[in-house]
Design a protein around this ligand. Structure first.
Ligand SMILES: *Cc1c(COP(=O)(O)O)cnc(C)c1O
Length: 366
C-alpha cells in the first residue's frame, strides 16, 4: 500500500480535505449566473489577500502560472514598449523568452543565479529613461531566493517605471507591497501558496493598465478581453469550474487561518525544522548567503556527495515525500524542498526522520 503523498515540490501542493471536497460540488455552466456570482467572489478574495490593492483588479485565467505571466507580459507591455528584465534564474529568463516570442523590445540584466538581482546595472539602465516596464521574479524558485523586490521597486518609483512581477511562487506566503514597489501587475496561481488545485491562474493589475490598448499578440492570453467580460461576471472562454470551486474554498481557508502572514509564519516554522535537520546531517544550504535570503516557501540544498539525487528522491518517495530536483545547470547538484500545502507537524517530523534515514544510510553504504 502506498502512503499518503506529501508533495514538497513547488506546486501543485498536497490538498487539504476541505479544498478536495470542493471539487465535488454540483456541475455548473460557466455562463450561468451562479458562476458569475462565484467568479466575483473569488476575484474579490484574490484582491484582498494583501492590503493596498485598491487600484488593482484580479483577472482569472484557465491555465497554469505561466499562462498568467505570459498574459500579463503580453498584454501590459505594449507593442511599442521596451522592457527591462532583471533576472537571476529560470523564471526571469522565461519572462525574457516571452517578450522575445512576442516580438517586443527588451534588455535583460543578468546576475549570477546564486546572487541577488543586480540593482546597480538595473539602475543605470533605468536612468536612461528608455524603458516602459521593469519585469522580475519575486521568489526565484530556481534557487529559493527571495529577490530584493523592495530595492528594485524603490528604483521603479524613483524612475517612474511600473513593475510587472512574477509572484507565482510567493503570492499568499511572502510580503508583497503593491504600491511601495510600484507594481502595475503581478501574476500568480491557485496551486502554490494559496493551496488550490492546478488549472486557474490570475493577474492582479491596476485598472488603468487594463484599460490601455492591449499589447497582446495572442487571442487567448489577452488580459483586456478577459477583464472586460469578468467585470460583469462573464468570461470569454470556458473557465475551469471545479478549479474555481477549489480556489474559493482555499481562499476561505486562508482567511480562516489568519491570512498570508499567518501562513508565512507556519511555513517559516516548517522550513526552520527542515533546515535544522539537514544542517545536523551536514547538508549545506545551496545559496552562498544562505538562509537569510531564502524564502520560507522553498529552499535549495547542496546534493550530498554520498547520495545521488535519483536515489534521494526515490527513497523519500517510498516514504511518502516528493522532493524536487535542481533545474538547468543545477541538475544533480542540488535538491529543493518546498513546505507549502497541507502538512502537519507530524508530517514534518516524519520528513526529518526520513531524511536522516536516507542520507545517513546512503553515507554508510559508500
Ligand atoms: C511555478 C512557477 C511559475 C509557473 O509555473 P507553471 O508550471 O506554469 O505553473 C512561474 N514562475 C515561478 C517563479 C514559479 O515558481
Amino acid at each position: 500500500m502506498s502512503p499518503r503523498m506529501r508533495l514538497l515540490n513547488p506546486g501543485p501542493v498536497s490538498l487539504t480535505e476541505r479544498v478536495r471536497q470542493a471539487l465535488t460540488l454540483p456541475d455548473l455552466c460557466h455562463r450561468e449566473e451562479d458562476f458569475a456570482v462565484m467568479q466575483r467572489e473569488v476575484r474579490a478574495g484574490l484582491e484582498s489577500v494583501y492590503t493596498g490593492a485598491e487600484r488593482h483588479s484580479a483577472v482569472m485565467l484557465t491555465g497554469s502560472g505561466t499562462a498568467a505571466v505570459e498574459a500579463m507580459v503580453g498584454s501590459l507591455v505594449q507593442r511599442s514598449g521596451r522592457a527591462l528584465v532583471v533576472a537571476n534564474g529560470v523564471y526571469g529568463e522565461r519572462m525574457a523568452a516571452m517578450l522575445d516570442a512576442q516580438g517586443k523590445q527588451f534588455e535583460i540584466v543578468r546576475s549570477d543565479w546564486k546572487k541577488d538581482l543586480d540593482l546597480g546595472v538595473a539602475e543605470r539602465a533605468l536612468s536612461t529613461g528608455a524603458f516602459t516596464h521593469v519585469l522580475t521574479v519575486h521568489h526565484e524558485t530556481t534557487t529559493g531566493r527571495l529577490n530584493d523586490v523592495a530595492g528594485l521597486g524603490a528604483l521603479c518609483v524613483r524612475y517612474e517605471t511600473p513593475l510587472l512581477l512574477d509572484a507565482v511562487s510567493s503570492f499568499g506566503g511572502e510580503l508583497i507591497e503593491l504600491e511601495k514597489w510600484n507594481i502595475e501587475a503581478l501574476a500568480a496561481t491557485a496551486n502554490k501558496c494559496l493551496h488550490g488545485v492546478p488549472g486557474v491562474s490570475f493577474v492582479l493589475a491596476r485598472r488603468e493598465a487594463l484599460e490601455r490598448p492591449s499589447g497582446a499578440t495572442s487571442v487567448y492570453l489577452d488580459l483586456a478581453r478577459h477583464w472586460k467580460e469578468q467585470r460583469s461576471g462573464w468570461s470569454p472562454f470556458t473557465q475551469s469550474v471545479q478549479c474555481v470551486y477549489a480556489l474559493r474554498e482555499a481562499l476561505a481557508e486562508l482567511r480562516d487561518e489568519g491570512g498570508w502572514s499567518a501562513r508565512h509564519d507556519r511555513y517559516a516554522a516548517r522550513m526552520a525544522s527542515v533546515r535544522a535537520e539537514l544542517a545536523e546531517l551536514g547538508v549545506k544550504h545551496f545559496l552562498d548567503d544562505g538562509e537569510s535570503r531564502s524564502s520560507v516557501i522553498l529552499n535549495a540544498f547542496v546534493q550530498p556527495e554520498n547520495v545521488s539525487y535519483p536515489v534521494l528522491h526515490d527513497r523519500l518517495k517510498e516514504k511518502g515525500f516528493v522532493i524536487y530536483a535542481g533545474q538547468g545547470p543545477y541538475q544533480g547538484k542540488m535538491f529543493r524542498i518546498a513546505v507549502m500545502g497541507d502538512l502537519s507537524e507530524r508530517d514534518i517530523t516524519e520528513l526529518r526522520t526520513a531524511l536522516r534515514e536516507v542520507i545517513t544510510v546512503a553515507s554508510k553504504t559508500v
